[in-house]
Design a protein around this ligand. Structure first.
Ligand SMILES: Cc1cc2nc3c(=O)[nH]c(=O)nc-3n(C[C@H](O)[C@H](O)[C@H](O)COP(=O)(O)OP(=O)(O)OC[C@H]3O[C@@H](n4cnc5c(N)ncnc54)[C@H](O)[C@@H]3O)c2cc1C
Length: 473
């Protein structure tokens, strides 16, 4: 059963309270949506060697793309920076993403975060002197309905007005011959679409690893298999980041812990509200006669050509495991009443029980939960992936002989308004969080600049109010 995002938003608690029939409960119980130990996909790179430094100007918790980019930002401002990572570099979300850098239909300050993020990525290969896999690609999205089309038209007009000449919006409506060419080989006769000319593309097997190499090259130290257990304070402010391998003296720390940030902050008595969401992806071989672009079509057809000519595809179905928190603040996801273009599957599995028994407080001298969860990944939903491939081949027969190279899933943690949390932590001066995003690849060059500015007391390029940790309370 597909449950649209609209229906998801009543929250896990409400669902259970309403009573769940066997026809709903059955699929929820058998569905994937579990976290298991994994390893980074393809691009493994080693961390720094030697002893953990005794002190640093700033310590970053987590070596995903947000941690890496935040570290680069601070290092480029002249600080000595250490990243501590419980598993491997980009071992979780940052080697498992789909890889589109887009602004399409984005609203509020998140739109600017994406718009500027895309601009940064356009210059990244040149800046770091390496091919990060970044390509400006162009993305075609066929609207789901007349209403959707009208909304896109209104969105384009609004954003054009918002942006001044320096960095104009490059999204427009296309039809006729241009659309035919951009969707060459399609079986259906699509008549109209939105086209984001300057959308970007990054490959999950490459991008974060190249950025981590660059970080190391400019002097960032990255220690892997080194979980941060917590923050020690002196006089109410950050004094040490305590890891399983010892403490690092510092007055500045940034939590970029991805799906684990909430748990890390719980030990500091700070409520960072997120719920888990998993999405399955696959990589397939391409072939002649395909549109080398990013395509999104009704019927859950999504594909993106990678730098080496392979294709990333995904049904883009979000699997939502019901956890303890779903009952407490699932209702806060109500304002997310988004267009019905994302499908959601609920899953009830052992994670529900685990979320009740999960330790949320520990002392910094004892083993923390992070040491038992090194590189955790979600189990892929192979049924959805295989079905979506059949649909894709029907719509684009040029994929008929494509072979599956890899199938995987990634675990995100999403805030109630789907915007990232980039914020100072009032309860712990010296600590900043940069986390809780489902668009971290697009946003990371800018979200990390904002995090660095917040840490150093500078004025960020975008007003961070919309990303505050406290916006839900
Ligand atoms: C399936 C999927 C598709 C996506 N598609 C896109 C897309 O098309 N475009 C886009 O822009 N974004 C996309 N994203 C989102 C993007 O991948 C993420 O937002 C981004 O990778 C998050 O980076 P991160 O650094 O916050 O998290 P992660 O990459 O998960 O890194 C967090 C790191 O922190 C470490 N850590 C946690 N706790 C501790 C601790 N206590 N001590 C030490 N280390 C710790 C973890 O081990 C982990 O390595 C997608 C994500 C997924 C899962």
């Amino acid at each position: 059963m597909n449950i649209t995002r609209r229906k998801l938003l009543i929250g896990g608690g409400a669902i259970c309270a309403a009573g769940i029939g066997a026809s709903v409960l059955g699929p929820m119980l058998s569905r994937e949506g579990r976290l298991v130990p994994g390893k980074p996909r393809y691009g493994f790179i080693a961390g720094s060697e030697g002893e953990l430094p005794k002190s640093a100007d700033a310590v970053i918790i987590g070596a995903g793309i947000l941690g890496i980019m935040t570290a680069i930002n601070l290092r480029e401002k002249g600080l000595s920076v250490v990243i501590v990572e419980k598993g491997n570099i980009a071992g979780e979300q940052s080697s498992r993403f789909y890889g589109q850098l887009i602004t399409y239909k984005m609203e509020g300050d998140t739109f600017m975060l994406h718009h500027l993020g895309k601009e940064h990525w356009r210059g990244m290969n040149e800046k770091i002197g390496t091919d990060t896999s970044y390509r400006t690609q162009g993305r075609v999205e066929v609207p789901l309905s007349d209403e959707d089309l009208q909304n896109v038209r209104t969105w384009i007009e609004g954003k054009k007005e918002l942006l001044s000449g320096s960095l104009p919006l490059k999204t427009r409506i296309i039809q006729g011959e241009e659309l035919k060419t951009r969707l060459k080989g399609a079986t259906s006769n699509w008549t109209i679409a939105g086209f984001e000319e300057d959308s970007g593309s990054l490959d999950p097997e490459i991008a974060a690893f190249r950025m981590a190499e660059y970080a190391k090259k400019i002097g960032v130290k990255i220690y892997t298999q080194c979980a941060a257990r917590g923050i020690e304070k002196q006089g109410g402010t950050v004094s040490d980041v305590v890891t399983e391998k010892g403490a690092i003296r510092t007055t500045r720390a940034v939590v970029c812990g991805g799906a684990w940030s909430r748990l890390f902050m719980q030990n500091l008595d700070v409520d960072l509200e997120t719920l888990p969401a998993y999405q399955s992806q696959q990589l397939i071989t391409g072939g002649p006669g395909l549109p080398g672009a990013n395509v999104a079509l009704p019927g859950n057809i999504f594909f993106r050509e990678q730098a080496n000519g392979t294709y990333a595809t995904s049904p883009r179905i979000e699997v939502i495991p019901i956890v303890k928190e779903s009952f407490f603040y699932g209702y806060k996801y109500l304002p997310l009443l988004a267009p019905e273009d994302v499908f959601v599957h609920f899953s009830i599995n052992e994670q529900l029980l685990n979320s009740f028994s999960q330790k949320t407080k520990w002392s910094l001298s004892e083993q923390s939960p992070f040491e038992n969860n090194r590189d955790m990944v979600a189990v892929a939903d192979f049924k959805d992936l295989n079905e979506s491939l059949v649909t894709l081949k029907k719509e684009f027969p040029a994929f008929t002989h494509s072979k599956i190279i890899d199938q995987w899933s990634g675990a995100m943690a999403v805030a109630p308004d789907e915007s990232p949390i980039i914020s100072v932590v009032n309860e712990c001066p010296g600590l900043v969080v940069n986390t809780a995003t489902s668009w971290g690849m697009t946003e990371s060059p800018v979200s990390s600049a904002i995090a660095a500015d917040l840490l150093l007391g500078n004025k960020p390029v975008i007003d961070p109010k919309a990303f505050s940790l406290y916006r839900f309370s």
